[in-house]
Design a protein around this ligand. Sequence first.
Ligand code: MG
Ligand code: MG
Length: 245
Amino acid sequence: MIKIKSPAEIECMRKSGEILRDCLLFLGERVKAGVSTKRLDEFAYDYIIRHGAKPSFLGYGGFPGTICASVDEVVVHGFPSDKRLEEGQIFSLDCGLVFKGWQADAARTFPVGEISEEKQRLVDTTRESFFEAVKQFKVGKRLGDISNAVQTYCESRGYGVVRSMVGHGIGREMHEDPQVPNFGKAGHGPRLEVGMVLAIEPMINMGTWQTVENGWSCVTADRKPSAHYENTVALTENGAEILTL
Ligand code: MG
Ligand code: MG
């Protein structure tokens, strides 16, 4: 069941979203070659606690970090580790927090130093496809229009759209109905309504869309790089509002 949020509830989610937005800006400034993802995880934990919120991922199903740290061919759910980031990698950082009972969820893929043009194109296309999706998040459209927008935008540029992981509704829970796939048929699925809040999160691969499970983490089947871009987005009377940007 899709939980519709009142304007007052969306106002609460706006506050959670602001903390996460600023946390990601803070972390982004610290992404560089030589820093370990565990160090970035510590920065994230400290930032969230200092702002009166709680990390959502830490302990979720046994997850050991505040952030998911997914480098190059890791699509999502990488563990923070002592491994240091290296020049030329792309680093997907996913983070969630809860503030006064309301969740926020967002991800960015950061370049580590200078990256290849083809990696930059992948990162840019992934981000752009999110905004294509947001254009469809309005009354009169259906969920499939969001999914189809991401798929069409990315596949027409030669990229693989991950099937094994999807976006989701969000509110008091990190994962609520509906699931928000990055692939699907336009004009299908639930009607979009004011008060829906979705975590829209394209996960896009340079090569094949296929992935394999590697313990916790999800890795591209061909080991080519993958990018991730996510925001928590509310549909209000004034249209789609991105709460974590
Ligand atoms: Mg996320
Ligand atoms: Mg999410």
